[in-house]
Design a protein around this ligand. Structure first.
Ligand SMILES: NC(=O)c1ccc[n+]([C@@H]2O[C@H](COP(=O)([O-])OP(=O)(O)OC[C@H]3O[C@@H](n4cnc5c(N)ncnc54)[C@H](OP(=O)(O)O)[C@@H]3O)[C@@H](O)[C@H]2O)c1
Length: 162
């Protein structure tokens, strides 16, 4: 089972200067709840933006650099190794844009937080054929003084082949 998890603004933007364009702690808490205890996959740049592996998760980092070793994460060089693991375990693809793009044809489930605001950004979620997916869940986020933008947590599943 392969799941994407990400947050995007209303233009589909996801990143700026190798970090998130917004501060939305309710979304960080949602991400933590969804991924704790699971295997997560990030690109080398997103790993660097975190600065370390995320705790209580098995961290896999995709890089083409065959010499790269990380103290707290397993470096993986090819997509096939991830797909093989996804046959027997639940894997969360956690970005960034290059890594989502790599798995667009294989992803089974999308967990997307849609933020109803626009941000200055340099990285967008890749073009996805949304017709291949159906919405199966939607929860409105609660705006407050720390979560200053309207946001909604969506779940989509890939439509079954007829
Ligand atoms: N809003 C969100 O939910 C969210 C989530 C995650 C990230 N982000 C943001 O997204 C931005 C980073 O995204 P990005 O697209 O620039 O970088 P990225 O996807 O995090 O990492 C790109 C790197 O992944 C490795 N890679 C890519 N394709 C590969 C392949 N086929 N095989 C092996 N390794 C491969 C390469 O590493 P090497 O150069 O080492 O070879 C490449 O430089 C940041 O701004 C981050 O904050 C946002």
């Amino acid at each position: 089972m392969l799941t994407f998890i990400w947050a995007q603004d209303e233009c589909g933007n996801i990143g700026k200067d190798n970090t998130m364009p917004w501060y939305l702690p309710a979304d960080l808490a949602y991400f933590k709840k969804q991924t704790t205890g699971k295997t997560i996959v990030v690109g080398r740049k997103t790993y660097e933006s975190f600065g370390k592996a995320l705790p209580n998760r098995t961290n896999l980092v995709l890089s083409r650099d065959l010499n790269l070793t990380l103290p707290d994460a397993e470096v993986v060089h090819d997509k096939e190794a991830i797909l093989k693991r996804a046959e027997t375990e639940s894997i969360f693809i956690c970005g960034g844009a290059e890594i989502y793009k790599l798995f667009l044809d294989e992803v089974d489930r999308l967990l997307v937080t849609k933020i109803a605001a626009r941000f200055d950004a340099d990285t967008a979620f890749p073009k996805l054929d949304w017709d291949q997916f159906k919405e199966v869940g939607r929860v409105e986020g609660t705006q407050d003084e720390k979560n200053r933008y309207p946001f909604t947590f969506y779940t989509y599943d890939r439509k079954k082949a007829k």
